[in-house]
Design a protein around this ligand. Structure first.
Ligand SMILES: Cc1cc2nc3c(=O)[nH]c(=O)nc-3n(C[C@H](O)[C@H](O)[C@H](O)COP(=O)(O)OP(=O)(O)OC[C@H]3O[C@@H](n4cnc5c(N)ncnc54)[C@H](O)[C@@H]3O)c2cc1C
Length: 444
């Protein structure tokens, strides 16, 4: 009936029960089922505009989605059109200008290889499977963030279909307020169809991982936290305490084993990195993969899972890590705990930055538990709760991209920025049609 009122609709539409429905509504976290009113799979920006108008005519909200890596915060989708932009797959690299333009459905895996051919790197994160869109709109912290900041602030222009179905280009000269809000305010202001961003030449890159037996987690974390204040911005290090499942996707040496791993990326030469990493090497890692490498190595350095998983996750930005209390309270059974060194450019607001200009805290601490059944669900929740309680006294803030449940988004912003975001939302979407992952309501 509705399509009769909108004959120009060209995006593929799916309704519950249609062939392909379950695949189209699937998500990275398989614990979280998505049940929208319908799903649109546009192939062009024009399709996106038509789908937004169609949803408005139906009285639905519109939830933009690229890869469904962060669907948890969306909540109830029963009166919502899930607008999945995965059909927008343009990738254009201009190596001379150090610029990239991608369609909003592109995952990092389609960008990193092309950049590598020119000795360039983008500010992607730990997983090549994550989408450029959601990652960039929420912030985006990866291996080069201490040196160059967040991906949101590398964005130079966004093309967006706003709630009234108009396609606009937002950059420093056009729709500058919208451009500011999109770079950290998430998917609340329209459906992004294309993203342009700056990338960096990488002359020397020394990256890899030091593997220690899991039982040495305390020693490794103590040595690592002692080093942090002396480390330059050219070096980003993470510690991952993890249990690798015995599956073929995991490299043979790690399959079914548990490690404390120090991963790192240094924008410089091996000789300088050796001195910086010495305190960790003196602990005697059982495997050392650090080497001079091309930038593409950063895409998989973290060894993130690529296939969907059933999991619960929590995170905190903290000023200090209570290592012994954390290991004692949480115990050794959580699938993964990860600690990323923050600071450097992540603490500096550059002129012209978006609303997510900086992130607080010295360390981004994250914990994830894979859930197989009711028993493990209870156990994982208890361990994550112990993680939260132990870190609470050291909390400096939250990072929206790592929040996987519906929450009050005002906690991610200062009161002034929150008021400005709501005013911009009111200007572009006064009736709150566009449902971002972390909801920003229009100013009343
Ligand atoms: C395995 C894994 C590893 C990760 N590693 C990192 C990391 O290293 N660093 C980091 O910072 N984050 C990381 N993240 C978090 C990640 O940045 C967020 O989950 C991000 O939101 C994913 O974006 P997406 O487009 O892939 O996911 P989606 O779930 O498709 O999108 C998330 C939200 O972004 C918005 N959005 C997406 N597309 C559009 C669009 N076209 N127009 C408007 N809004 C849109 C919507 O609000 C949507 O709900 C990781 C997540 C996972 C699961």
């Amino acid at each position: 009936m509705l399509s009769a009122t909108l004959p120009s609709l060209s995006a593929a539409f799916l309704y519950p029960g249609d062939p392909g429905w379950d695949e189209a509504r699937s998500a990275f976290n398989v614990l979280l089922d998505q049940h929208p009113a319908a799903i649109a799979l546009p192939a062009t920006a024009r399709d996106v505009a038509a789908a937004v108008s169609y949803a408005r005519a139906a009285g639905w909200r519109v939830a933009p989605q690229a890869t469904a890596h962060n669907q948890g915060p969306l909540g109830d989708l029963s009166d919502t059109l899930l607008l999945n932009v995965r059909g927008l797959q343009e990738v254009h690299v201009d190596p001379g200008a150090l610029r990239v333009r991608v369609g909003a459905g592109v995952k990092w895996e389609r960008v990193v290889g092309r950049l590598n051919a020119y000795g360039l790197a983008a500010l992607h994160g730990s997983s090549p499977d994550v989408g450029v869109a959601g990652y960039s709109l929420g912030g985006g912290i990866g291996w080069l963030s201490r040196k160059y900041g967040m991906q949101a602030n590398a964005v130079t222009a966004l093309e967006v279909v706003t709630a009234d179905g108009t396609l606009v280009r937002a950059d420093h000269e056009h729709h500058a307020d919208l451009f500011w809000a999109l770079r950290g305010g998430g998917g609340n202001f329209g459906v992004v169809t294309a993203i342009e961003f700056a990338v960096h030449p990488v002359e020397d890159l020394y990256a890899g991982a030091l593997f220690f037996p899991y039982e040495r987690s305390a020693e490794v974390l103590h040595a690592w936290t002692r080093m942090l204040p002396q480390l330059p911005e050219d070096l980003m290090t993470w510690v991952t305490l993890g249990h690798f499942p015995p599956i073929p996707d995991v490299p043979a040496f790690a399959r079914g084993r548990s490690f404390a791993i120090v991963q790192g990326a240094f924008l410089g030469h091996e000789v300088d990195a050796w001195d910086l990493l010495r305190p960790l090497r003196e602990l005697g890692p059982i495997r050392d993969t650090f080497a001079m490498v091309p930038p593409i190595v950063l895409a998989d350095l973290a060894m993130d899972p690529l296939d969907p998983l059933p999991f619960h996750l929590t995170h905190h930005l903290v000023d200090a890590l209570p290592v012994d209390a954390l290991l004692e309270n949480v115990g050794p059974d959580l699938s993964l705990m990860q600690f990323r060194h923050m600071g450097g450019a992540l603490h500096r607001a550059e002129p012209g930055a978006g609303v997510r200009a900086t992130l607080p805290g010295e360390i981004c601490a994250m914990a994830l538990g894979v859930v197989m059944d009711e028993h493990s669900d209870r156990a994982v929740r208890a361990m994550l709760s112990a993680f939260d309680t132990t870190l609470e006294p050291h909390r400096a803030g939250d990072y929206a991209n790592f929040v996987e449940a519906p929450s009050d988004a005002s906690r991610f912003f200062s009161p002034d920025d929150w008021a400005r975001l709501r005013a911009i939302k009111h200007r572009y979407d006064p009736t709150d049609v566009v449902a971002g992952n972390h909801h920003i309501p229009p100013a009343s």
